[in-house]
Write a protein that binds this ligand. Structure first.
Ligand code: ATP
Ligand code: MG
Length: 581
């Protein structure tokens, strides 16, 4: 909180979709948000209708819906009309193979157009979609397909042969495998079927409470959970895309998340399309030059990315931005992990606007707390609750739950349930689902505090809280202080058992290029942290690492650092990205 507030000009505020946060928050009703989407006759609706069909019907069929950038750099455009026809054909392929409403359709695909067509075509047909991250190994794939009872899989020939074919006998519910390229035994080639299918299809009218999507959580804190979302979620996707990401029809928008995670679906497919933007989809993995090229060449207006990527851009230095024109950029947002104040300020220096941090979870289905276009940004804060969302800081005791009203007191972040994109369950884990709710609140498992202006500040996951000599220490605060040092590229902080203090703070630091992990630098970092945080909170120990262990969705796995430190079992590491130490 030591950082200056970044003020928004009147012109910026006026141009935003939500010019007056307080007024909108006070008057907001979900019934009004519901009127912003079409719906289908008889109180029905379908996410795919809101994403595509209604724009085509309103005469926007010629607008580019999806611009795909292949690894080679080649671009292919799909208009709303083309997307409509391709997804109709896909839905017909499902029907022609006897795949009915409610069937579970999985994908194991990279970021290629087939994936986007499969998601929307599946929803049109009234089936349930579950995207799997293409880098998963066979066991995480098997486990997720078994938990969700997968009936259909869309994948590539290479992925099928390497990861799935040997599992076929273990997956009795899996009736069809469609390959987007090539051929293999016991599968069907998708392209000829798509070509042969009719481009006409009547989108299935769904009950708002019908299941639409199944998403697995990132596995940061333990075994990933299967989260169930319904068609009604589209009301929240649309509204939050408009208010929290400030999407305007016709904008060019780039969400860098993979649809294998909820961000890449809610805000990488649904919200952008319902808000009628042109979405950029890049098939390739992160690369500094490529990313700056895309922002520049594609004239991206709104960019939604994640702290890990931002920290990697920061690590590459300001020189990498030279020669690029970012004048089309109007709004930048970040999600997935706490965003250090340094990163917010860096964005402001380099792009002329801060990164707008926002907070949500697979379970919430959509953005819950955000920094908005028309609101001053306090670097390090996740912002304020979305209209329609009541957020609170609560203390959970044995006798019950009480809301903390004083500012800057740490407690569990809780939300009043009832928004349309809230999960409807953890698949096959009823008891776990019920445990999330208490006294009319949904408990998020994250710790936070609220300041006197109503801004929320992330403190840490409740499992990551460190109790040292009577102090409760949130890792984010310690990490952010170390991030201020010019040598630090990334940092994770954990508590390790200590005889006298109960726990002591230990930091794992990855350095920027050009810095050596010397004793001298360690002492310097220690001194910096003590100056910023005081001796009680500053790390007692600092260890250098080449990289920090992260999930494939880019989240630092503190539990793994802790397990390794203490010589404990590593637990579920199905979502772990390779982590060279
Ligand atoms: P799992 O539940 O399997 O352990 P996960 O919680 O990482 O994994 P997700 O649902 O993808 O799975 O992530 C949601 C979590 O990510 C939040 O509960 C929070 O801890 C963290 N998070 C997301 N956005 C932010 C943010 N802006 N600031 C701080 N933390 C964030
Ligand atoms: Mg979680």
């Amino acid at each position: 909180m030591a950082h200056d507030t970044i003020r928004k000009s009147t012109a910026t505020s006026k141009a935003a979709n939500m010019a007056d946060y307080a007024a909108t928050y006070d008057s907001f009703r979900w019934e009004d948000a519901r009127r912003l989407i079409d719906g289908l006759p008889g109180g029905h609706l379908n996410i795919a209708h809101e994403a595509i069909e209604r724009h085509v019907a309103a005469g926007h069929g010629a607008q580019v819906a999806l611009r795909w950038i292949a690894k080679s750099g080649e671009r292919t455009d799909y208009t709303y009309l083309e997307l409509s026809q391709l997804t109709n054909r896909f839905a017909n392929v499902l029907r022609n193979h006897g795949i009915e409403k409610g069937a579970r359709v999985y994908s194991l695909l990279g970021r290629t157009p087939d994936l986007y067509i499969a998601v929307l075509g599946t929803l049109k047909a009234g089936c349930v979609f579950c995207p799997l991250f293409s880098a998963f190994g066979p066991e995480p794939i098997r486990a997720r397909m078994e938990i969700g009872g997968a009936n259909v899989l869309i994948t590539t020939a290479r992925l099928y042969k390497r990861k799935v074919s040997a599992l076929r006998d273990l997956l009795p519910d899996l009736r069809h495998v469609f390959l987007s390229d090539g051929t293999a035994e016991d599968t069907d080639a998708l392209s000829p079927l798509i070509k042969a299918a009719s481009p006409e299809f009547t989108t299935e009218p769904m009950h708002p409470e019908d299941t639409a999507l199944l998403h697995f959580t990132s596995g940061t804190t333990g075994k990933p959970k299967g989260v169930v979302h319904v068609h009604d979620a589209v009301v929240a996707h649309h509204m939050t895309g408009c208010l929290a990401l400030d999407l305007k029809p016709g904008n060019t928008y780039w969400c860098t998340a993979d649809p294998g995670w909820v961000t890449g679906t809610s805000y990488g497919i649904i919200a952008p399309l319902t808000n009628r933007v042109t979405m950029i989809v890049d098939e390739a993995e992160f690369d500094v030059t490529r990313w700056y090229d895309i922002l520049d060449r594609e004239s991206v207006n709104v960019w939604y990315t994640a702290p890990t990527a931002i920290r990697m851009l920061m690590k590459a230095g300001i020189e990498a931005t030279k020669g690029h024109d970012f004048s089309s950029l109007r709004f930048m947002a970040s999600v997935g992990e706490p965003l250090n104040p340094e990163a917010v300020i860096w964005g402001n220096d380099v792009f002329g606007m801060p990164f707008h941090d926002n907070w949500w979870q697979t379970e919430t289905g959509g953005i819950m707390i955000a920094n908005f276009a028309a609101m001053d940004v306090k670097p390090g804060s996740m912002g304020k609750p979305l209209p329609g969302i009541k957020a609170g800081i609560v203390e959970v005791t044995e006798d019950g739950l009480c809301e903390v009203s004083e500012p800057l007191v740490v407690g569990e972040l809780a939300l009043r349930p009832g928004w349309p994109s809230m999960m409807r369950g953890y698949l096959h884990e009823e008891a776990r689902y019920e445990k999330c709710f208490r006294d009319g609140w949904y408990l998020t498992g994250d710790l936070a505090m609220r300041d006197s202006d109503g801004y929320f500040w992330f403190v840490g996951r409740s499992n990551d809280l460190i109790k040292s000599a009577g102090h409760l220490i949130g890792p984010f605060e310690v990490e952010s202080a170390l991030m201020e040092h010019e040598a630090v590229a990334e940092v994770a902080v954990i508590g390790v058992p200590d005889e006298t203090a109960g726990e002591r703070v230990k930091a794992f630091v990855a350095l920027k290029p050009g810095y050596a992990p010397t004793e001298e630098l360690m002492l310097e970092l220690s001194g910096h942290a003590r100056k910023r945080l005081g001796p009680a909170v500053a790390p007692k120990e600092i260890a250098f690492r080449k990289n920090l262990p992260k999930t494939r969705s880019g989240k630092i796995m503190r539990r793994l650092l802790r397990a390794r430190e203490l010589g404990l079992p590593e637990g579920d590491i199905s979502t772990l990205e390779s982590d060279e130490q």
